[in-house]
Design a binder for this molecule. Structure first.
Ligand SMILES: Cc1ncc(COP(=O)(O)O)c(C=O)c1O
Length: 387
């Protein structure tokens, strides 16, 4: 066989696939492991969403191709949700595109905007798809910008390394992995920075609805003039515990949305219609009182688990900061994170070494509270060697 293309060889290993494999191997050997590794919610998909999916299965045409841009009713539901949630007006025909999960859209964005040897500014640490699936697989170069605790994991635009080849700035809040949140003022700075340097702002808002207390995550599209240079990604995955349904959306700048549709038309044939029906019903009922209660209850469950983990980690000498959003804890373990993860594994707990998200994650571990076994996990963590 011919060698893999150069761009594939430049990809570092996708750590989450490795983690899943490791966990499977241990489980097959009969080892009882608790996974705080992968950000896949264990909480159920709302019942009405499942009902909507099953009834849509028997609708005429449900077995046929959809379009890669998304059915009208789905794009309209997304636009309506943006209006109610953020007071942002979107034209469903030209400013919304369906995605097979936001990961797919993030990866295709690079193909749309990056020529070979172009550069994308990528947070370090961050979700690996920005630098790898989107940038490296477009033969372009990820240029990391640091997110550090001293700056509350916010970007320092004055430090960013921009030249004529720089085309794209990735930002993600509430953040995976740092769990940091951002403010409208910082988003305003991001929009003016991108306008000044002729960059596209790619804002990933995948965790917008996992928030605690009074915190409400902003949208980049709430910023004046943002439509000129921004595209925002979100999905039903974390919002409605629908990761396996694979349904997300890109919204924002018309040219970018048109371009994404053009690329996707060459690659996919759309999300199954019954999934789009289910997702549209989820978005439409988002603000109903009964679903609001369900959502709040789910977020309280996640918050309680975070509380348990925070106090458990404090007893082993660590100082985790409880986040305002996401189901992650980003913990400085004061030693090599991968080494710490190995110790955890020996105690029967899986977590993700911070280095999987970038160099700045070297002494960090990311914990995800997407299991109801957090209390038991803490018991196990307490048994690892103190440091
Ligand atoms: C920051 C971030 N963005 C995007 C995604 C992709 O989610 P999906 O493709 O399920 O919409 C994830 C998944 O974990 C994520 O953590």
């Amino acid at each position: 066989m011919n060698a893999y293309a150069e761009r594939v060889r430049r990809l570092p290993p996708y750590i989450f696939a490795d983690l899943e494999r490791l966990q499977d191997e241990l489980t097959k050997k009969g080892v009882d492991v608790i996974s705080l590794g992968i950000g896949d919610p264990d909480l159920p998909t709302p019942r009405f969403v499942i009902e909507s999916l099953t009834s849509a299965l028997t609708e005429e045409g449900s077995n046929n191709y959809s379009s890669s841009a998304g059915e009208d009713y789905f794009r309209e539901a997304v636009a309506e949700w943006y209006k109610q949630r953020y007071s942002v007006e979107l034209d469903p025909a030209t400013q919304v595109c369906s995605l097979i999960g936001s990961k797919e859209g993030l990866a295709n964005l690079g193909r749309l905007l990056l020529n070979p040897a172009d550069k994308a500014l990528v947070p370090d640490p961050s979700y690996p798809v920005y630098g790898q699936g989107s940038t490296i697989l477009s033969d372009a170069i990820p240029v990391p910008y640091s997110l550090i605790p001293e700056e509350k994991f916010q970007p320092d635009f004055s430090e960013m390394d921009v030249d004529a080849k720089t085309k794209l700035l990735f930002m993600n809040y509430p953040s995976n992995p740092t769990a940091a949140v951002t403010t409208k003022q910082i988003l305003e700075k991001a929009v003016s920075f991108c306008s000044e340097h002729n960059l596209t702002l790619c804002y990933d808002n995948a965790y917008s609805e996992i928030a605690f207390g009074s915190y409400r995550s902003p949208s980049a599209l709430q910023v004046d003039q943002s439509m000129r240079c921004s595209v925002e990604f979100n999905s039903c995955s974390k919002m409605f515990n629908m990761t396996g349904y694979r349904v997300g959306f890109a919204v924002g700048n018309r040219e970018i949305i048109t371009g994404l549709k053009k690329i996707k038309a060459q690659i996919d044939s759309g999300i199954p219609r019954f999934v789009q029906r289910a997702a549209a019903s989820a978005l439409k009922r988002y603000f109903d009182a009964d679903f609001t209660r369900e959502r709040e209850k789910n977020n309280q469950i996640l918050e309680r688990r975070l509380d348990v983990l925070v106090s458990g980690l404090q007893t082993v000498g660590l100082s985790p900061i409880k986040p305002e959003a996401t189901f992650y804890l980003w913990v400085d373990v004061k030693m090599d994170g991968t080494e710490f993860v190995k110790r955890l594994l020996n105690a029967g707990v899986v977590a993700t070494p911070g280095e999987a998200f970038g160099k700045n994650g070297k002494n960090y571990v990311r914990f995800s509270v997407t299991t109801d076994k957090v209390v038991e996990a803490v018991q196990r963590i307490k048994k690892i060697e103190p440091h």
